[in-house]
Design a binder for this molecule. Sequence first.
Ligand code: ATP
Ligand code: MG
Length: 566
Amino acid sequence: MKQSQMLVPTLKEIPADAEIKSHQLLVRAGYIRQIASGIYTYLPLGRRVLRKVEDIVREEMDKAGAHEMLMSALQPAELWEESGRWYTYGSELMRLNDRHDREFALGATHEEVATALVRDAVKSYKRLPMTVYQIQNKFRDEKRPRFGLLRGREFLMKDAYSFNESQESLDKSYELMFEAYSNVFTRCGLDFRAVIADSGQMGGKDTHEFMVLSDVGEDVIAYSDTSDYAANIEMAPVVTKYETSSESPKDLEKVETPDKKTMQEVADYLDHELAKGLKSIMFKVDEQFVMVVTRGDHEVNDVKLKNLYDARIVELATEEDTRQLLGTGFGSLGPIHVPEEVEVVADFAVEKLVNVSCGANEEGCHFTNVSPGRDFTVKEYADLRFIEEGDPSPDGKGIIKFARGIEVGHVFKLGQFYAEKMGASFLDDQGKSQTMTMGSYGIGVSRTLAAIVEQYNDDRGITWPKNLAPYQVHLLSLNPKKEEQKELADELYEQLLDAGVEVLYDDRKERAGVKFADSDLFGIPLRVTVGKRADEKVVEVKERQTGDQDELKADTVIDYVKNWYK
Ligand code: ATP
Ligand code: MG
């Protein structure tokens, strides 16, 4: 491809809204352009890389026995009503009406469409297990679209769905997908880990996320410093054994804490450690108000709360709700004397405490010498806090450390959630009707592309791995006005094309400095420059990643390139 005729609008300046490397570089190097917040066009270079990532995904899916198809992006509301997600998915789902005022969604994911399809088309155990997949744009009205392709509102996803005749069969399909995912991300040259995750909106329990380790990741991974245990911190269970306090309980006392709102302010004022105060937070768990009590130095984990209640939706109670129920705002909440309609649950660490402080449900007042169990009742003690660095690893080996990750893939066992709601059944080998068991498997293809750039860049631009670069060779003619340079470069271009090499030819009438800078920005792994020594038929080759360079006779270039890419 000749660069003079290609749409690659490179930029010298870093775009003002681009906070992270992949966003900056993909825009600056002319791979993508933003259309609206979280919505992008892939320009020719971007499209080529995206296709390479897609191809890797496709090959691994096919190898795992999944079949590609393409479902519609537009989905009738009725399907989402069948699963119930029309009401629970919330405002991330892009909804619209047709001219007859019928409701539709733009596909955020395709469990409903896939389940309805297989429900209607597959009736016998003889067709199972069956896994289908597609690579398609998804639409999600994200609250905070940001970081370029990492969190878009329209983005490319590979989604696969397995339909199984039993839990054992699902376990096998899951295993196959897990392996395929590991292959995909390995082939993408990514430093990743598969971590135990929460199943979120999707129902089901057994799930793993594939996380690319990166400081710009929005997720935090808790991993063991000695074993291969790794989990999203949302999920990592706390297995700390708490010691019972040896203090003897003192009499409960109410004290004034004027204007002290935060845990730290109260602790300082009452002159005790953060861990000697109780943190009380009001949640609305589906329709139930729940006060969650943890130690002052711990953080409430709302995913664990959601799982404890097996709830669909967990949200913080509003300050207004809190005032109405307890007669006070957030700063002075506590579990003593709460009305019946509020359930109090507490983290395991709270059970062993004595003589701690907590809010008195009265503006500017706290209780001290509080002993849980004696001064207030707890409906249930449970693991309700986030794991922390230094906690013991849940698998009993080593201690926990944190790392940040970008979630590029997600595999989960859905079980029978959708199949039951949508009536997806089959006849088993005894002729008996059985409900299907399902799995769902997603890869953020466009997010993966960005994650690769996060990992492969330097201060001059992108440094693609060999198999993902938009082109294999960037051919530069430094001064095309010089006849012998133009001629040799033209000749090499034709030879490279004939040899089946993917080549981008910078034939533009630009200064050498501009060409080199753009070339570094693009990140094509191998550069062949036709310059001053063209009359001797000598060219320069340079590796983008290492900076290693060499001079070659022009007639050895094809062999050199082929060998380099072997
Ligand atoms: P996140 O927690 O990042 O919002 P998710 O759990 O909502 O992700 P899934 O529903 O599991 O994501 O979607 C499958 C894959 O699609 C994710 O693993 C991720 O790689 C990708 N993905 C999800 N949301 C986006 C987005 N807004 N932009 C780009 N890729 C996304
Ligand atoms: Mg999401």
